[in-house]
Design a protein around this ligand. Structure first.
Ligand code: NAD
Length: 478
């Protein structure tokens, strides 16, 4: 396969960099498929100047005109779903069936949802005896998104759609692991009629990320990444007092009560751990099962995990694709080893696999750890791989207390047929998103984001519009 050169997209054009390029590897084979030229701070500055100019015209347009272009983007994303999904597979090594059914459609849905808000989002009006007042939501100017590698299309669209809807320009720095889809998105947005300079891409690692944080004309950063990165980005952005949204990591609990729909609970636990090879921030990696169900549940998830098809992400029967990189795969394997040393029992998986003709790829079996306790590293730390830890509990109060015993607070799930219990437990769980008898479903309009150290700010909802605007109040003396 010829090696592509991936360059930053500034004002609609690929711009060459003088900095040394780095390799982009296809995770399913371990082969280099692209050479990526990182952006320099000068290139970032050039992008910011184009963004600022384009933003002034964009913000001056009527909301319904912006809305029409954003709806065009949604349609173009749907029209190019298959091609874009194939690129996402090259980026992430994830299963094509997931990308085509979830990742790209969820990007299109975000553009549709925020297109409607572009046309309808408004302020408030006020009246006093001698005066009236009103508020406007005004765009921030030039905003930036810094992405993680697990959902590059979704992360880009979930950030760009509200930013653009609100009248901002947007600069994307995709993860250095997944540079391909960002350029494909820039091409598609161009076809959809988005004026140049409103969506630009700068490539590179934390160095250009730091330059984004330091740039005085960038008003806001939305990060999707790890907790430690979130802390750094907040600190780096303090000097220029940027607004920051942080979508960070998690260690979510799934509470399986003995009154649940058993088959649904088994399926939900599998989906909430092994979708996207377990590389999902909100995954429910701590599965708490009520004592009377524990053995039957562990046997059922174990049997199902052992049947899962691992291998070529492009094949329709594949359920588990590749891990993002050799380094990340080794980190997940090290976590599994530590879990075993600390007393957890590997009842399914646990090893690297070498599918035929993909021997150089980074594949790990879906892994289930039983006999876990709350102190073990596998229960406390984010592994970000296909590793489910099963724990048992006696009472509802105990389950809630232990579920909340974590610095993270991104997601949580509840499996029960008791409607009162479902709402009572949802009320007590400390997380930004709670799913009852389901998991990881985030339709457009519902906010997504974390509490505690999983971050702050929300995506995918009217709260995202708030985060890409600020309020201006006007007082009129009569
Ligand atoms: P990461 O934190 O290593 O990197 C995220 C991004 O930050 C990358 O683009 C990276 O280049 C950039 N970056 C790193 N250091 C930086 C710095 N000092 N200044 C500026 N930019 C910097 O995360 P990752 O390995 O790409 O992704 C995995 C993590 O992302 C996991 O912890 C996962 O839970 C989290 N995640 C969260 C969500 C969410 O919505 N909450 C979604 C997906 C992934």
């Amino acid at each position: 396969m010829p090696i592509k050169t991936i360059r930053s997209i500034i004002n609609g054009k690929e711009v060459a960099s003088k900095l040394p390029p780095f390799d982009k590897i296809y995770p399913a084979t371990g082969e280099v498929i692209a050479s990526v030229e990182p952006a320099s701070p000068d290139m970032l500055d050039e992008a910011v100047q184009h963004a600022a100019e384009a933003q002034r015209k964009w913000a001056a347009m009527a909301g319904h005109e912006r809305s029409r272009i954003l709806n065009n983007i949604a349609q173009i994303l749907r029209d190019h779903n298959e091609a874009l999904s194939a690129i996402e597979v090259q980026d992430v090594g994830k299963v094509y069936a997931e990308a085509v059914s979830a990742d790209v459609p969820s990007g299109a849905e975000a553009f549709e949802f925020f297109a409607s808000l572009a046309a309808t989002y408004h302020g408030t009006s006020h009246k006093w005896p001698e005066a009236i007042g009103y508020t406007m939501r005004v765009p921030l100017g030039v905003c930036a998104g810094i992405g993680a590698w697990n959902y590059p299309v979704q992360v880009a669209c979930w950030k760009a759609a509200p930013a653009l809807a609100a009248g901002n320009a947007f600069i994307l720095k995709p993860s250095e692991e997944t540079p391909l889809t960002a350029n494909a998105l820039a091409d598609l947005f161009d076809i959809a009629g988005l004026p140049q300079g409103l969506f630009q891409v700068v490539h590179g690692d934390h160095e250009i990320g730091q330059a984004i944080c330091a740039h005085p004309q960038i008003a806001k950063i939305s990060l999707t990444g790890g907790v430690d990165t979130g802390k750094l980005i907040m600190a780096q952005s303090a000097q220029t007092l940027k607004k920051v949204t942080l979508e960070l990591g998690g260690k979510a609990p799934l509470l399986v009560f003995d009154d649940c729909d058993f088959d649904l609970a088994v399926q939900t636990a599998l989906d909430a751990n092994f979708y996207t090879s377990g590389e999902v921030c909100s995954n429910a990696t701590r599965v708490f099962v009520q004592n009377s169900l524990a053995e039957k549940f562990t046997n059922a998830v174990t049997a199902r995990a052992k049947e899962m098809v691992i291998g070529d992400p492009m094949q329709p029967e594949t359920q588990i694709g590749a891990m993002i990189s050799e380094g990340h795969m080794q980190s997940v394997l090290a976590h599994i080893k530590t879990a075993e040393q600390q007393g957890a029992k590997i009842v399914a998986g646990g090893k690297q696999v070498h599918p035929k003709e993909l021997e150089g790829g980074y594949f790990i079996e879906p892994t289930i750890l039983s006999d876990c306790t709350d102190e073990m590293d596998c229960v406390r730390k984010e592994i970000f791989g296909p590793v489910m830890s099963v724990l048992t509990f006696a009472s509802e109060a105990e389950a809630v207390r232990r579920a909340n015993d974590t610095p993270f607070g991104l997601g949580a799930g509840i499996m029960t047929r008791d409607i009162s219990r479902a709402h009572r437990v949802a009320d007590q769980l400390q997380a930004g998103n709670i799913w009852i008898n389901s998991y990881n479903l985030i339709p457009p309009g519902l906010p997504f984001g974390g509490s505690k150290q999983s971050g702050f700010g929300r995506e995918g909802s009217i709260y995202a519009m708030e985060a890409y605007t600020e309020v201006k109040a006007v007082y009129v003396q009569l």
